[in-house]
Design a binder for this molecule. Structure first.
Ligand SMILES: Nc1ncnc2c1ncn2[C@@H]1O[C@H](COP(=O)(O)OP(=O)(O)OP(=O)(O)O)[C@@H](O)[C@H]1O
Ligand SMILES: [Mg+2]
Length: 369
């Protein structure tokens, strides 16, 4: 499935833009502040139902305007898909193949999308929540069951935490606590299982991409870290048992503190150089940037494998901080089989604009073919 055509109305600094894209590699070039990232944001809003820059949809509307509208026409061999989203009297209206949906969640997962932006350095340097967000966004696209389990877990966790808060104030209802504890263990164990499985699978790919791009000898591996001294065993029943024991060990402390102390909402993904040095602490800035990109490219492979089709790949300003060697290697890694939209200020970074590439110039919210 690739994006053939996009229509943009009153979105960020775009007034009207109608753009035809190539099924291969599209290079969006222009000076700073012209609308390159805005364009990628429009594409990802259509396919993920959310922006990678803001949680506030009203920021997406072009200043002084009343409503925005996006339409993407996607093509597969013999299938087509039409995604539309826009505002009407401040309400968001979503359509999939012309059928109206109440929530923008209906857009998610129809065209799988992997995005890399300069902010992704935070996946490496930031707190564990950044790494969990990374896993959750892509596992929800790689495994059909993940999103439901994820939402069910967080609903149960919310209920359990509300109850534990009451426990802290002296209220007691052990029957209700048991109900929510069981639900948290049930759904939480599934999340852990998916994440363990995914990390085991992507870890060699992360290493491969990292080595290809960095030309370094150091290995890079991902390791999923469970909270509460849980042993990470790849078997759903064992995980449930471990989770149950871990929660039991913290029971008194949980009632005192008023929230759930163990589970996937506190887990982490550790990235290790040569099996022992934490990349977050020991990695150079360049290594960390390469690793952030390697994490994303590995997700392209995971989605390809589980879904049988490559996702759409959006690379925002990926070259700005890389040296020439890394740039060249990345260009070699981009394949025509994965539709890619890549933004850059330097078109000369793409020396061999062959037939697989299409260049689009962006200037003040206008795109020139
Ligand atoms: N809601 C909005 N309405 C109108 N203009 C906006 C809106 N949001 C952002 N802009 C404008 O969009 C421009 C930035 O666009 P964008 O972030 O896409 O630039 P860019 O081409 O990616 O630049 P860089 O190379 O610096 O990353 C700025 O001029 C900004 O003022
Ligand atoms: Mg930008």
């Amino acid at each position: 499935m690739y994006l053939e055509k996009i229509k943009i109305r009153n979105f960020r600094n775009y007034c009207t833009a109608d753009v035809l894209l190539a099924p291969h590699i599209n290079v969006l070039y222009g000076n700073n502040g012209q609308g390159k990232t805005n364009f990628l944001e429009a594409v990802s809003f259509l396919t993920l139902g959310s922006s990678f820059r803001t949680k506030r949809d009203e920021e997406l509307l072009k200043r002084e305007e009343k409503g925005f509208y996006l339409k993407g026409e996607f093509l597969d061999n013999d299938e087509s898909l039409l995604l539309e989203v826009g505002t009407d009297l401040n309400r968001l209206v979503v359509k999939v193949n012309g059928v109206v949906y109440k929530s923008k969640r209906a857009l998610f997962g129809r065209v799988r999308t992997v995005i890399f932006t300069p902010d992704d350095l935070q996946i490496i340097k930031g707190g564990p929540e950044k790494r969990r967000e990374y896993l959750d966004l892509y596992l929800a696209q790689a495994y059909s069951g993940y999103r439901k389990v994820f939402l069910d877990f967080y609903r149960a966790l919310y209920q359990r935490n509300s109850l534990l808060k009451k426990f802290r104030e002296g209220f007691r209802d052990f029957t209700e606590l048991e109900i929510w504890t069981n639900k948290v263990i049930e759904e939480g164990s599934r999340i852990i299982y998916y994440r363990l499985k995914a990390v085991e699978e992507i870890s060699p790919w992360i290493n491969r991409y990292h080595q290809l791009m960095s030309k370094e000898k150091e290995d890079l591996h991902g390791l999923y870290i469970c909270t509460g001294e849980m042993r990470p065993i790849m078997d759903i029943d064992c995980i449930k048992e471990e989770y149950k024991k871990a929660i039991f060990r913290r029971k008194i402390e949980e009632m005192r503190r008023g929230y759930t102390l163990v589970g996937p909402h506190r887990d982490d993904l550790q990235l290790l150089l040569n099996q022992k040095w934490d990349l977050r602490v020991y990695g150079s800035q360049g290594q960390q940037r390469t690793a952030a990109l390697a994490l994303k490219l590995a997700m392209v492979d995971l989605i390809k494998r589980t879904q049988g089709v490559p996702p759409l790949l959006l690379l925002d300003d990926v070259f700005s901080e890389f040296d020439n060697e890394r740039k060249k290697e990345l260009l070699r890694l981009l394949t025509a089989g994965t539709q890619t939209i890549i933004s850059t200020t330097e078109l000369r970074d793409f020396p061999n604009l062959g037939s697989e590439f299409k260049a689009l110039r962006v200037e003040s919210g206008v795109i020139f073919d």
